[in-house]
Design a protein around this ligand. Structure first.
Ligand code: BES
Ligand code: ZN
Length: 639
């Protein structure tokens, strides 16, 4: 059947019903139709003269002179919290007459700019709050190499400096960078756009007892002598340049996979993530050879603001997913999948983020199914759709498009499930329409055809039309595809999710809510993490103190050692003012800096004056240990 017709015929609560909710509940929580009329969409983008190929978040001028390669030489100083040294940029003129090279910087002290040892003129423009300062360098004719000597600021937005007390081992300081989306410019002057790809080498000088690692070749057996050399021979976008320094040790997990962590976390990490090698092998079978040689993980301290970051050859990972039962390893599948979607083929601008995250989320589901089977994948899909549903209910329509207009905004402020789960759902629909094998074939071709390139949504659409729609025109419709990409909301008739394992949970929850069974009498002995998460996140918004205490007594929720469960339970506790959980809440907020886990808690606390007092107290205590991004994201909730 034609997809458009399918969409029109399908009934609205399908998604929620399929998630296993009782019909009466489903009726209440159905999202209102958010799809804007097509004319309105076109108008917004046409009137505003949107140039789809322009990166509105970089001052760099790669169309005139493009940076192609970097050689870094940096000294890590934990006392002054600075990286000091230089970067040699090798450039390629795109226009013969071009003589000004424009780089991005943010909060960086420029000491000197030289070509062949001779100082050259440069200008550092006034800073923009989101974008930093353009550094314009006068490049003499014929020269293609320029050295910028510089020093980073202790508050560089892309670097976090941790004291020994903020690490697991408590003996040594730690440093890590996080460049996505626009923070590489706070520790390297460069053209900080995902359109610009560079190779790089680096010499990193550290205190002798510490180890430096980068998103590049790392030698696990390197001598710890305080001078470390790196090489990234494949061209990568700047947001994938990454460095960490600390008391790190390495343990192999497989032939091509291993883990770096502080000594006390090494064994637990290697055990938790021991399936990484299988994930790599399974992904290669469908989507083509892994392009990056080794795939290692770096386990960071708990202040790492994200779950994971796909720095090539070395994903950076939060320790909050070490749960002891591999329940949160979809994160590893996700960061690994970026090796294909994101790192070899990259979004050209931040408007196109969904090309990275939507494809990666789609691949994550597939990898989880390859390695852990269908039932696990189904549960993760239902939970993913629930997250999406919440965003569709709460975000303004303009932020529900896959391709988002971010002009004048900081990409960090527009982070949501839309590029992730809506993107993945769109691809799942394509898969369902053309069949799994055909779709895998298409993806394999896509990854090969654009390897080591950065592309826009519009380039993708042209490719999709030629390589998939044209070949399967009976089951695919271009207007429907454009609706997915350019309009808000989720088109009606989108794929639905259902899980037998969740039906059991719905049954138990409903019986308990009706007072037919006591919490302690529910047989939860075989419940896995996903069932707990589903149980908790689908409780009614308001519960009585007795109900909360009953759940807590029966299941030890306040004490949960699974950080996702703890976050979900603490949110429920705030929304129902369940004070017995507030001690844990404070500890949790002070200990963990992963934004996805703490931000909903601060947001919920900010809704009442009493809550704000609790939030403010935790924030003040936690702030010195939070990453700059976590501070910025949560500050508004405690003011
Ligand atoms: N690349 C992202 C993290 C990111 C996105 C940083 C945009 C800055 C701007 C990473 O791959 C990611 O998606 N992490 C998620 C993992 C999750 C969806 C499994 C996270 O950190 O929660
Ligand atoms: Zn991602």
């Amino acid at each position: 059947m034609n997809l458009y017709r399918l969409a029109l015929l399908s009934s609205v609560p399908a998604l929620l019903l399929a998630c296993g909710k009782a019909p009466e509940q489903a009726e209440e929580t159905v999202a209102t139709e958010q799809v804007a009329p097509a004319e309105e969409t076109q108008q917004i983008e046409a009137v505003d003269n949107f140039d789809f190929s322009k990166d509105y978040h970089s001052y760099g001028n790669p169309e005139d002179i493009a940076v192609k390669h970097l050689d870094l030489d940096l000294t890590v100083d934990f006392d002054t919290k600075s990286l000091t040294g230089y970067v040699d940029l090798t450039v390629e003129r795109q226009q013969d007459s071009a003589n000004t090279l424009v780089l991005d910087t943010r909060n960086i002290d420029i000491n000197k700019v030289t070509v062949d040892g001779q100082a050259v003129d440069y200008d550092l423009a006034e800073a923009d709050e989101n974008l930093g300062s353009a550094l314009s360098i006068n490049l003499p004719a014929g020269s293609d190499r320029v050295r910028v000597e510089y020093q980073t600021s202790p508050d560089a937005s892309g670097v976090q400096w941790l004291t020994p007390a903020q690490t697991a081992g408590k003996q040594h300081p730690f440093l890590f960078t996080q460049a996505q989306a626009v923070h590489a410019r706070s520790f390297i002057p460069l053209q900080d756009s995902p359109k610009v790809r560079v190779t790089y080498t680096a010499t990193i000088r550290t205190p002798q007892e510490l180890l430096a690692v980068m998103s590049a070749s790392n030698d696990p057996d390197t001598e710890r002598d305080g001078v470390y050399e790196f090489n990234m021979p494949q061209p990568i976008p700047s947001y994938l340049i990454a460095l960490a320094v600390g008391d790190l040790e390495f343990k192999p997990m497989g032939e091509r996979t291993g883990v770096y962590a502080e000594p006390s976390l090494l064994e637990a990490s290697a055990k938790e993530f021991e399936d990484t090698e299988s994930m790599l092998i399974e992904t290669e079978k469908r989507y083509g050879k892994y392009s990056w040689d080794r795939y290692d993980l770096l386990i960071l301290p708990p202040s790492f603001p994200f779950g994971g970051m796909e720095n090539p050859r070395l994903s950076f990972i939060t320790p909050t997913v070490i749960s002891g039962d591999k329940s949160l390893v979809a994160l590893i599948a996700h960061e690994l999948a970026h090796s294909w979607s994101g790192n070899t083929i990259t979004n050209a601008t931040w408007r196109d983020l969904w090309l990275n995250e939507g494809f990666t989320t789609y691949l994550t589901y597939r990898i989880m199914e390859f390695v852990y089977g269908e039932e696990r994948e189904k549960m993760e899909f239902v939970l993913g759709l629930e997250d999406l549903q919440l965003d569709v209910e709460s975000l303004p329509p303009k932020d529900q498009r896959l391709a988002i207009d971010l002009r004048g905004r900081n990409p960090d402020d527009v982070f949501s499930n839309i590029p992730y789960e809506k993107g993945a759902l769109f691809l799942r629909e394509l898969e369902q329409n053309v069949g799994r094998d055909n779709f895998d074939q298409f993806l394999l071709g896509y990854f090969n055809d654009f390897a080591f390139q950065s592309i826009t949504t519009d380039q993708f659409l042209t490719y999709l039309e030629a390589e998939l729609v044209a070949k399967h025109s009976a089951v695919l419709s271009l207007p429907r595809i454009k609706q997915w990409i350019f309009e808000p909301g989720v088109p009606e008739g989108a794929p639905t999710a259902g899980s037998g394992a969740f039906a059991v949970v719905d049954h138990a929850r409903n019986n308990w809510l009706r007072g037919e069974v006591k919490a302690k009498d529910i047989d939860t002995s075989k419940w896995v993490f996903h069932q707990w998460k589903y149980f908790l996140s689908n409780l009614p918004e308001k519960l009585t103190q007795e109900q909360l205490a009953e759940l807590d007594d029966a299941f030890g929720l306040t004490k949960s050692t699974n950080n996702e469960i703890a976050s979900t339970w603490l949110l429920i506790s705030i929304n129902n003012w369940y004070e017995p959980a507030f001690g844990r809440l404070h500890e949790y907020l002070v200990q963990i800096g992963r934004n996805k886990l703490v931000r909903p808690l601060y947001a919920a606390l900010s809704k009442t004056p009493e809550g704000k007092v609790i939030g403010r107290k935790a924030f003040e205590e936690a702030k010195p240990g939070y990453h700059p991004l976590t501070v910025v994201a949560n500050q508004k909730y405690v003011e």
